[in-house]
Design a protein around this ligand. Sequence first.
Ligand SMILES: [Cu+2]
Length: 493
Amino acid sequence: MPTHTRRAVLAFTGAATLAACGTKQRTDAAVAPSPGHYVSPHGPEVATTERKRFTNGDVYKTRLTATVGPVELGGGRTVDTWTYNGDLPGPLIRLKAGDTFAARFANHLPETTSAHWHGINNRNDMDGVPGLTQPPIESGDGFDFRFAVSRPGTYWFHPHTGVQLDRGLYGPLIVDDPREPLSYDREWIVMLDDWVDGVGGSTAETVMGELMGKPAHPSRLLHKGHTPSLRGVPGHVKYPLYLVNGRASDDPSVFRAQPGDRIRIRIINAGSDTAFRVALGGHKMTVTHTDGAPVRHARTDCLLIGMAERYDVLVTAGDGVFPLTAVAEGKGASGLAILRTSSGERPTAAARPAELSRTLMLPARLRADDSVRLPGAARPDRTLRFDLTGNMRRFDWAFNNQPYEPGRRHAIRAGERVRLTFRNHTHMWHPIHLHGHTFELTGGGPRKDTMIILPGQNISVDFKANNPGLWMLHCHNVYHSEAGMMTVLGYLR
Ligand SMILES: [Cu+2]
């Protein structure tokens, strides 16, 4: 005999007992209408929006298999972990704007999984959020993903299930622009990661257990996580390794180029609990994109990249051997890759390029390129306010003190300019990610889909509600999202 899960019951009563609220300006907290008043991920609104995106480009066909097996991390270290197709990072998915993505996804893991296409303004039923946009993909089962890809940029893919991301399940997803406005000689994709899985018997699950108060050996928790120039604690976990493109810093990957080459570097933070401060020794960087969207070009020495954020930069290669150093913010250690344009000794993992302590680029200093400014009046049609709450001892990270509940939805309407206002009441950093849309930092700031909110900060972002469905809004610290710091924005029908 079927029984209701606790979640389902809560979702139902939550929806039924709250009164409906207004549509103009301000809808705080959750949420009024019953589930039937929301656009379904499988509803006609989603299909109509997808038809508008479709432009009859090529069909990009691929196979992705989530699998268990050994991976070599450099320096002779081999771990048993979970990856896509046995590769770390996972296979490069590369298509062009206007194409259709078609992947046969197979789950060879011992548990359910999912696949989320981070940053893509996807059709809602392909967004890969189990229990919200589709059922979980069972062990031994598969799923056919198929969707139109309309916007160029630097994206990536990962599971949206538990803390699986803190294994090796991630890969780059690059959408080329058929009318690429930048000119450069080479391209370097750089994926950053904090690594624990399979080292000394630790897994993402043992780390989560320790964070929830079950001591583990070896302990992976940081007791102090100070950051050089910004407030608060960036992350909880002292990882045994920080990887760049799947390699540990004592045996780094090497990118070869010619002196004078103009190189586009696409940097993706696939870490679960680590923000990285990134510099290329001996070089200034010109920031061209954040989270796939163009910005007015801005020069900097150093970037701060929260979990799931991406930055594209241009550099003109010098003559020599240079460290691309990614310091784990507040954790002391770093990841490393090498740019080599001539012979010479390679820098060591301990290298700390002077650029790390020069100009640091933060999103508030960037402006959206005119081509991606949000259209329409600057005044929002609706404002949703989110207090970021929780503390380390209880490990109860949440929005507005309410842990994730798939049936609790924040109502929005198609066509609205929606403002999200975040106030961080905690001591932790929270990189907040919105699915299916890119927002603009208010006041003409950059377009992004993930934004670090520092302790004490009060930050507003606006987006155009142009992609109907049920969309996750969550912290991209995977241990915070798993603890409950997730919620849903739902389009009203
Ligand atoms: Cu968080």
